[in-house]
Design a binder for this molecule. Sequence first.
Ligand code: MSP
Length: 682
Amino acid sequence: MRPADSARNGNFRQKGRMSTPRAKPKYYLTTPLYYTNGLPHIGHTYSTIVADVIRRYKRMRGFDVFMTTGADEHGVNVERSAQKAGKSPQEFSTEISVQWKRLWDELGIPGDEFIRTTDEKHHRTVQWLFKRCRDNGYIVKGHYTGQYCVHDNAYVVDAGPGDPCPDCGRPTETVTEENYFFKLSEFQQKLLDFYAANPEFIQPESRRNEVLSFVNGGLKNLSITRTTIRWGIPVPGEAPHVFYVWFDALIGYLSAVGGPNFDQRGLWPADLHLVGKEIIRFHAVYWPAFLMAADLPLPRQIWAHGWLLFDSEKMSKSRGNVVRPRPIVGALGIEPLRFYLLREIVFGQDGSFSYDALVTRYNSDLANGLGNLASRTLTMIERYFGGEIPKPAPEQGGETDAPGTAEFANEALTKIMHLYDRLNFSQALESIWEIVGMIDKYISVEKPWALAEKPEDRARLASVLYTSAEGLRIVTALAHPVLPQATQKIWSQLGQTEPLSGVQLDLLSWGQLRPGTKTGKPEGIFPRVDKSETIARIEAMEQEQNKTPMPPTAAAASTPAGPGVAAAPAVATAAKIGIEDFAKVEMRVGQVKTAERVAGADRLLQLQVDIGDEVRQIVAGLALVYKPEDLVGRKVVVVTNLQPRKLRGVESNGMIVAASLPDGAPVLAGFLEDVPVGAKLK
Ligand code: MSP
């Protein structure tokens, strides 16, 4: 039974669904509302890209889709970041919010609504929902003393003074407040009943089990207001109380689609909240409880994806191991990034991000795969049939396009749609690319270029090229949610005039490509790239991006050749710079005093390096090639005027210069003559 159906029979009411008649069924999905104490990295970009893929896919399945993303602007983190930047929280958070929105626009993943928790309409919705919960008897006043994790905006249950937060490891703070409490304890059984009636509410299964055991363990009342901070939505008539950020942000999903008047838009309840696994509890426990208390319809599904890891750790600003999207997009475009993230990472599980794998995927699946198939098919149609889709002659069919083709294609369509429905993107793409491979092989076996030599093989040639083009058309439509622009180009080159986004996958079947259709000029879609040159370009752009003024919280981008190691090719292939730019980089001769491995990180070494007037701690990605004991005493080149950053929680204050071999292995730069420690390089 689906959540909304069960709601009708359960102990809370289902209200206001679809009061506006719609030609198509609606589908409302959301990304998390991202905190505005920092700028997006590709972990956040991953969530928004996935939401955009679902949005496009559902449209192709006939849904009237609406997607919300936005900014979670309140709370102590933003307040503190603003303070550090010497700005008011409002001013600071607006600046960052604008950057988030701009990036999503730039990447073509803006959603339909960008909700800010500072929006007036959101304030009204939060206050309204609070009143409903209170009127229903689910809110009481009390005192609370507990250990609070400022970073996660959450009290840590069972922690003592000074204990670290179990989620992020930072020390908790003891806080005593007069609070309004939400009677979460009253929802334990209701939630358990709800989960039982709606087994697909929490996905994937592992997260569902995690939530079930949390709720089974008993629920304590939840403090939902704060008097210790000012930067929040005021509780009406109860100054100085402001709402706890999670009682604020979650409600953003509802504010975005009408708030108190959600009935009029007909979009609520949400069909899907897409979240990272670390915030599943807020979405799968607190949020449904708040909605039950307010007697409002519950979302249909919460899907928690895994984390993007870099150097085996969650990519996050505080760890200093983030990768930003712009340099990747600048070097390769957004579509290869979309493809890589969805193809490489099993949705729901953690996945390691690597530049190497990104470029390898690009070359193998996009340049040599789909791009090459499109260009060879269209080029041959142009060359041998004057740019018109030829008429197939089935009776001429050879082994590989024999009668099974249509059935095979139609079955593949059903299977791939099913995989998309389950959000199993990696397998959906794998299956689509199996078809790409099959058509490619078919062309190689049938050798149309040889058939074209003999007039008596003309009908056969027509069949082979029709089959290839029709296969390409189907593949193109199926890959559209992930590669919207590239597939639209191929679609148009195949002479299809209807925009691909408007095509309904349910109506797609083999044989719809009309012979005689004029094809467009074949154009390269994904040119092959040189791996090390591309990675070097990304690095160069990262360096460039770090130079341009960014809002104060922008963390330095990572160095993909290896943290703490400056890769020489990046400099060699970067755009030309003036001597004054070069002079900004301070490099000195250093000598390694001590070296040890960083626990749990295969590539990292923690070094103490004497640079003449001080000993610096540097974390460098050298461990796969250099043993710690081989480095002690060795003279190295150190970039000394970089912003310090943290890797695996260990501060790194400088960078060791190394060449980067094509496989990414570092080779330390050094001197043939003896040089004094501390000497400057010019
Ligand atoms: N503001 C809260 C969410 C409130 S929703 C009502 C929040 N914000 S956040 O800025 O920290 O964003 C968290 C989300 O960003 C994660 O849930 C996930 O979707 C995404 N990611 C952040 N880092 C990530 C990775 N390293 N990998 C994958 N996704 C990550 O939590």
